[in-house]
Design a binder for this molecule. Structure first.
Ligand code: F6P
Length: 499
């Protein structure tokens, strides 16, 4: 804890959740916020008036409003890499030139979608999208969330360098009807490029005359894609000010837009734009991403929570915890402040989670009785995604609500093994209908919450130098340039490769 405001927060009384509800009959409605078909319930967190006031003071100390303005104006907020972070420009908010550029690139993407739909690349009915990290997690999560099952194209998204991920797709797909989409911001990522070469080899072996003629590249470095052999007309660029984990709004969304329809993608952008405007214009007390970040920082810094769990009570949102892991941990897993000083606070919590109700029968034991305090986030959708007996969906929702209630209420017992301490916090997000618009708003909410957390920590959420060392070492290992690593690693290599 550094500044006086953080100390003021730590010194506040820690009032149990049940007492907060007893003391304030309006608590559920005051801390339950509606936004365009989404409902965010913060009432089962320890946010109360004194905590909120202390965070408002902290936000002022740390110039949150200026930082937000700089982000949304397209100023170079990514100071370690000397550039802006312009994912909001993809949705229409930002530097006018960047907004215009994003619009033109979206148009280019839509034209290519129209041409492929019209048969310009032959009888395409299957898409292999290759990418990793931010170039795969967003498309995968969106496709699982929004597909209805009757789409014109079948989409397979492969990320891992492990051939066991790609091979089953190649066994199933028809090379003559396959479009290969290579998604890589840098177009240098080893996994993606190796997978791309293997798909091209497979196309050649299957008798495709011009495999490269069935390739589309999504990248911020078109020259690299040209050097790979991809024709310029099938390269969909995006700005290098759009970070990988923030890139679903750019041409990285192409495969999903092609598979699900370009209008779906427009709705996604519109949903995100609505959340951008809420974030930009709403005072802290009603600003949903800001309140969520206040709760995050309260648990991380004041209560010492090292993890945060996210449970999607909807199979369609099953990949959201994975998506959030990258968004939050790659953004805010840092140990240096914006001034280059050591961070004296806890950085991003470890984000983990799964799907309810499955997770209840696996990990919830620890949430209810373990010695760790874990803030939990529940996500549920009011309108069912299935047409079976409503008992399924009702049971799903009731389980979700019961878990939040049980974590908070607990149950006292003289038998310590059967005692539930309670007072365990949760946030519940209820989505009225899961569609592209609501998902767009939800993802933009998470992005802004991550940004506010970074602003409160005074760190840069937009670089990711932490992943470079391992990448570099993997490259030097594969190059077999004679560099010897430590004895343990050399032994592992010897056993695996018999060298
Ligand atoms: O290694 C981390 C990372 O750089 C992520 O930030 C990024 O989303 C991913 O790799 C993929 O990078 P690219 O899109 O350049 O292939």
């Amino acid at each position: 804890m550094t500044s006086g405001s953080w100390q003021a927060l730590t010194a506040l009384p820690r009032i149990p959740l049940n007492r907060l509800f007893e003391a304030d009959g309006d608590r559920a409605s005051r801390l339950g916020l509606d936004f365009d078909g989404l409902y965010f319930d913060f009432s089962k967190t320890h946010l109360d008036e004194p905590v909120l006031a202390a965070f408002a003071a902290l936000a002022d100390d740390l110039a949150l409003a200026d930082k937000r303005a700089a982000l949304l104006a397209g100023e170079p907020v990514n100071i370690t890499e000397g550039r802006a972070a312009e994912h909001c420009a993809e949705r229409g908010t930002g530097n006018p030139a960047s907004v215009e550029n994003a619009r033109a690139l979206h148009q280019r993407m839509n034209s290519l979608i129209g041409a492929i739909d019209a048969g310009a690349l032959g009888e395409i009915s299957q898409i292999i999208h290759l990418g990793i990290g931010g170039s795969a997690l967003g498309p995968k999560m969106l496709y699982q969330a929004l597909r209805l099952g009757d789409e014109k194209y079948e989409l397979a998204i492969v990320s891992n360098i492990d051939g066991s991920a790609l091979e089953p797709v190649l066994e199933r797909f028809d090379a003559h009807r396959t479009l290969l989409v290579v998604a890589s911001k840098t177009f240098t990522t080893a996994e993606t490029l190796l997978n791309a070469r293997s798909v091209l080899d497979w196309m050649g072996e299957q008798g495709v005359d011009d495999p490269l003629g069935q390739v589309v590249a999504l990248t911020a470095d078109p020259e690299q894609a040209v050097s790979f052999g991809i024709d310029e007309t099938r390269i969909l660029p995006f700005s290098d000010t759009v970070g990988g984990r923030y890139s679903i709004w750019s041409s990285i969304g192409f495969s999903v837009a092609l598979a699900l329809g370009a209008e779906i993608f427009e709705d996604l952008l519109a949903g995100a734009a609505a959340m951008d405007s809420h974030f930009e214009t709403t005072p802290w007390a009603g600003n949903i991403p800001v309140l969520a970040a206040f709760a995050d920082q309260y648990y991380a810094q004041v209560r010492g929570c090292e993890t945060r769990a996210v449970f999607a009570y909807d199979e369609r949102l099953g990949l959201l915890p994975d998506y959030l892991q990258q968004l939050e941990m790659e953004s805010n897993g840092k140990s240096a402040t914006l001034d280059g000083e050591p961070l004296a606070l806890h950085s991003s919590p470890i984000v983990w989670g799964g799907v309810g109700t499955d997770a209840q029968h696996a990990v919830f034991q620890l949430l209810h009785q373990g010695s760790h305090l874990v803030p939990v986030e529940f996500l549920a959708v009011v309108e069912p995604g299935d047409s079976l007996d409503p008992a399924h969906h009702n049971g799903l929702l009731l389980n979700c609500f019961a878990q939040g209630a049980a974590l908070m209420a607990g149950k006292k017992s003289d038998d310590s093994h059967r005692n539930y301490p309670g007072d365990r916090p949760s946030v519940t997000i209820l989505v009225e209908t899961l569609d592209a618009r609501s998902l767009g708003s939800l993802l933009a909410f998470y992005e802004h919450r991550t940004f506010v957390n970074a602003a409160l920590l005074n760190i840069n959420p937009f670089d990711q130098f932490g992943v470079e060392l391992g990448k570099h070492m993997a490259n030097s290992l594969s190059a077999d340039d004679g560099n010897r690593l430590d004895a343990s690693t050399e032994e592992l290599k010897k056993r695996a490769f018999d060298v």
